[in-house]
Design a protein around this ligand. Structure first.
Ligand code: GDP
Length: 298
């Protein structure tokens, strides 16, 4: 996903390598090129601005002018600032002191929530947990069935409204799922909520009602990295409408420019915790800001 950005940044930084001392003009020119590369990759403007300001300030300081290899030092600074934008440290899941830990998933329809529910459950299982999936997306006719298929594939239990009971109330289903998790000794509950194709007040309210009913330990906002700049506005809408404690980037295997996804952390103030890069259950990992920065900077 970040190939073009990566190529651009690598070539900008490569131009520095031959130089001994760096003048302010060299640094300004480099900063300008990095700025263009980030904007072309769809990184949100405020994020680009603060990134460039940070790089410039540090690149013009004694940290660089007194360095043995100033170009190398600038590259290090760009790397560190990029890690910073992406959240710095890897943020781990917080587990409840008394199980079950409740993880609620929120995001637009098609963002990859249901797929992610299965991936996360499988990953948690690998860590020795006994997760249960909850079908609280009762909006889409096929959503319950889809979660059941995902659960089966991942080998985890799924709590869903009984068939023949009408569509059921997602808030009620979510609330009952916690009792069921206690009874059946699942230490983690993953609640898959309904999404719409666009931001929708009713959907936001339902997610907020589910949140109030299950009091999640983590609310993960799932966002498709392919949707470009809309990722930022969608994240802001979910932050204001439901609130979330972490972000999951999906479809990082796509060929979109991806910069918007790189902006979500800074714009919302919440960490990117997981990344999804394919349709298979194993195409999933904890998000490591430093590894992502290294990947982008080549
Ligand atoms: P939901 O509506 O948010 O529950 O989204 P789904 O989980 O149903 O995913 C929507 C579509 O995106 C499905 O066709 C998934 O197979 C696909 N999908 C989900 N995650 C990824 C991913 O990381 N990469 C790719 N390429 N496709 C994905």
């Amino acid at each position: 996903m970040f190939d073009t950005l990566s190529d651009r940044l690598t070539s900008v930084l490569k131009n520095l390598r031959g130089k001994g001392r760096l003048s302010d003009a060299d640094i300004d020119a480099t900063a300008r090129e990095i700025r263009i590369a980030l904007l072309e990759a769809d990184v949100a403007l405020p994020v680009v601005r603060s990134f460039i300001a940070g790089v410039k300030e540090r690149a013009k300081s004694a940290e660089v002018s007194q360095a043995l290899n100033p170009a190398q030092q600038v590259i290090k600074i760009v790397n560190e600032e990029l890690v910073g934008i992406l959240g710095g440290e890897t943020r781990r899941l917080e587990y409840a002191k008394t199980p079950p830990t409740v993880i609620m998933l929120a995001g637009l329809q098609g963002s990859g929530k249901t797929t992610l529910a299965g991936k996360l459950a499988r990953w948690l299982q690998g860590q020795g947990h006994t997760p249960m999936l909850v079908a609280a997306d009762l909006q889409r006719p096929n959503a319950v069935n889809q979660l059941q298929v995902v659960g089966e594939r991942a080998g985890v239990a799924v709590f869903a409204p009984e068939p023949g009971n009408g569509v059921g109330d997602p808030v009620d289903v979510s609330r009952r799922s916690i009792d069921e998790a206690r009874r059946a000794q699942h230490d983690i509950v993953i609640v898959d909520t309904a999404g719409r194709l666009g931001i929708d007040q009713e959907m936001m309210q339902q997610a907020a009602d589910i949140r109030d009913a299950v009091k999640p330990d983590e609310t993960l906002f799932v966002v498709d990295a392919m949707i470009g700049q809309d990722a930022v506005s969608t994240a802001e809408a979910f932050r204001d409408g439901v609130g979330f404690s972490g972000v999951v980037l999906t479809k990082l295997d796509g060929d979109a420019r991806g910069g918007a996804a790189l902006s979500v952390r800074q714009v919302t103030g919440q960490p990117i915790m997981f990344a999804s890069n394919g349709e298979k259950l194993e195409d999933f990992d904890v998000f490591h800001p430093d590894r992502m920065a290294s990947r982008i900077l080549g």
